[in-house]
Design a protein around this ligand. Sequence first.
Ligand code: TTP
Ligand code: MG
Length: 388
Amino acid sequence: MALNIMHVDMDAFYAAVEQMDKPELKGKPVIVGGVSLSNRGVVSTASYEARKYGVHSAMPIVEAKRLCPDAVFLPGRHERYSEVSRQIFEIFYQYTPLVEQISIDEAFLDLTGCSRLFGDSIQIGRRIKEDIYNKFGLTASIGLARNKFLAKLASDMEKPDGFFVIEDKDIDRILEPLDVNKIWGVGKKTAEILRSRGIDTIGRLKTLPLEELENLLGKNGIRLYYLSRGIDNRKVEVDNPVKSISHEETFAENISDKNAILSSLLRMSSKVSRRLRKAGLIGNTIDVKIRYGDFTTYTRSISIAVGTNNTDVIYQKAIYLLEKNKLLNQPVRLLGVGVSNLSPEGPEQLSLFENNQKTDDLTKTIDFIRDKFGETSLIRARNLDDFK
Ligand code: TTP
Ligand code: MG
């Protein structure tokens, strides 16, 4: 029971994939960056050779060039990274179906029940690490412990190429000297509140009684009380095949013109809606994401009573979210729209509140024509400018 949860996180993932595909880059500082590496882009990730110079994710490319001018700068190849990620996840599934994907290069595995076939958790962890290395030459950092919080902490302990186990008997000894910001969910704000009371390490945090932490930080305080003692009851949640369908785009130049923004939004809503229909899904939550030139990013969502996969409903709700939250008053760098809270589409989606039958029929006809004559055979008037 004690070591059943494993956390895997690939090392310098995008950069490592680049080094795998271009062996001449091995051992060199490699920096993978945002928008076609123009100076306005940011670093997605840097190889460990480049990190020595202080380069890290989310740093402006200009700054990275200043710190490490000799690095090899590469634009991202997201499809390739997704492809490698899928193959890595296939390795996980050879050991257990209980895999929770956290990001493109990160997962939790619940190894309960694997031991009869594959040996104990430490043996399985070692084997998975070896499988990944033998197949790709990529290194993963692996953490093993009794729960998710500790396993994630463990995988970070010896990064890169780490393999770290937190046994029950060592939990207090390992946790207590760590900075409070090592606790999952402790951001800048919480850390500041704690520091202002002289609480800098997890050990110090443990001196606060539950009631005091709750008064100080509300529900989050209760969580911290337990996490600081290594207690975390979250289960490894096996993902539904699809949790959300979304589409986002970073623009080559920041867009200020509201019509142009709405035109993009409609085009993206149409793509999302079409992917939902192809998958036979509807969703009860519409999400938008917007990022400005200065990288501040906002996401907003709204729940709707009746699930939808209708372009116009998605588009209208997305506009509503942007306008209600006054998010259209600055030049936009990135825009995204998504639908989540998904369920299978019933025989008919009857709305009690809105009559979408007409637009649903229209959408079906548009899908039919596009399937037959191609994606650009029918274009919404608002999107005509995109095809000039
Ligand atoms: P991470 O696992 O956070 O980073 P990493 O794998 O590059 O390095 P390490 O785990 O060894 O510290 O993220 C995985 C990938 O996600 C990363 O290779 C690139 C991408 N990414 C971004 O595009 N922007 C970001 O700000 C971060 C943090 C990651
Ligand atoms: Mg990683």
